[in-house]
Design a protein around this ligand. Structure first.
Ligand SMILES: [Zn+2]
Ligand SMILES: [Zn+2]
Length: 368
């Protein structure tokens, strides 16, 4: 039955140019299933890859996309999933034995996704194709995708694909990082460098009844945050920006948590300066080549700060994340965050908008 099918995958052969190509339909092995992907949210494909053809070990011009939701179309005998199950796919492969797997941490940290242990062609999504002996399917920007069952989460009937699709690098990353940091009602969260990862943090913080302060300059995105319900905005170029932030915190003592979504020192240094004693500083953004220089004494020990950073979603946070995604107010904020949706056949327009930064999160509908 499947012999006649092929897999349509998105490639970016050159900067600013995409092509849909046909590849053999995926094949699977024990522990894996085949998903008909419905939505592949755009992550850094739209900025570093489309604009600069800058790749990380886990992607290249022919292998793109790691976020996604879809429907199971093929499962092995004895699987815990059945054809027709709607699922979130959390990125990467699964070994079942390493520290991350046995402690319920994020699969990004699984040994199976470490290129130093498995080799560049044997780790992460490329490793999925290798382990299943498949000529396609490791990646999200395709009509069909292979996923390890351990990284699939069944979507409750009440939850639409468009809300579930924020479980990866937007709401998912923000939510799991805030579980790690223990962001609570009454806390103050300062967010700087606002892209879709920071927007995920903001939705998560508002869901937790924390007060959000946005340190930002992008007017388009400020409009999105206002629509979500953020009330406090500070321009980081203002000479008195720090006093403005502190005036919004309890006793003027500084924020409880700060979150960087930019990956650049311009924001990171300000966020660290605005965080109260014993507060949390979270790094959730990265920019290729960017580095921060700081003094352990003056920037960590003196303020008593804890520095955090984590890719993706811990396994132990998945259920609570999906429960949050079922919340009506969270869904309303996700609808604000997802500013553009395109069929995969028009992916170029999606990537151009991502580069312009006049957007929130962008979805590609892969079957269209
Ligand atoms: Zn593992
Ligand atoms: Zn992503």
């Amino acid at each position: 039955m499947t012999e006649a099918l092929t897999n349509t995958i998105l490639t970016i052969p050159q900067p600013g140019q995409f092509e849909l190509v046909q590849r053999p339909y995926p094949t699977i092995a024990a522990g894996y299933a085949i998903i008909r992907t419905e939505i592949a949210p755009v992550c850094l494909e739209g900025s570093r890859i489309w604009a600069a053809h800058d790749f990380e070990f886990h992607d290249d011009s022919q292998h793109l996309g790691h976020e996604g939701v879809g429907t199971v179309v093929e499962a092995m005998k004895g699987s815990n999933f059945k054809v027709g199950d709607r699922v979130i796919v959390f990125q990467g492969d699964h070994c079942g034995h390493c520290h991350a797997c046995t402690e319920g941490l994020s699969p990004t940290y699984c040994d199976a996704n470490d290129p130093d242990l498995r080799g560049v062609d044997g780790a992460a999504m490329k490793g999925i194709e290798k382990r299943t002996g498949s000529a396609s399917g490791g990646f999200a920007m395709a009509t069909y995708r292979i996923a390890p069952e351990a990284n699939m989460f069944r979507i409750p009937d009440e939850l639409q694909f468009r809300h579930a699709a924020s479980a990866n690098c937007s709401m998912g990353v923000g939510f799991s990082n805030q579980e790690v940091m223990n962001v609570k009602a009454g806390d103050t969260v300062l967010v700087g460098g606002v892209g879709f990862i920071a927007m995920g943090h903001i939705i998560s913080a508002l869901y937790r009844n924390a007060t959000v302060i946005a340190l930002m300059r992008n007017e388009y995105r400020e409009g999105l945050l206002r629509a979500m319900g953020v009330q406090h905005f500070v321009n980081p170029d203002d000479p008195d920006w720090l006093a403005q932030v502190k005036a919004l915190t309890y006793n003027g003592q500084g924020v409880d948590h700060s979150v960087d979504g930019s990956g650049v020192t311009y924001y990171q240094e300000r966020l660290m300066a605005a965080t109260r004693r014993y507060g949390n500083v979270n790094f959730s953004g990265h920019t290729p080549g960017a580095k921060i220089d700081f003094s352990p004494l003056h920037h960590v020990i003196d303020p008593g700060h804890t520095l955090w950073g984590q890719h993706d979603v811990r396994v132990l946070d998945r259920q609570r994340l999906v429960r949050a995604l079922c919340n009506r107010e969270v869904q309303r904020m996700i609808d604000v965050m997802v500013t553009h949706e395109f069929p995969m056949s028009r992916a170029g327009e999606a990537f151009d908008i991502q580069v312009s930064k006049q957007c929130g999160k962008i979805y590609l509908w892969t079957q269209q």
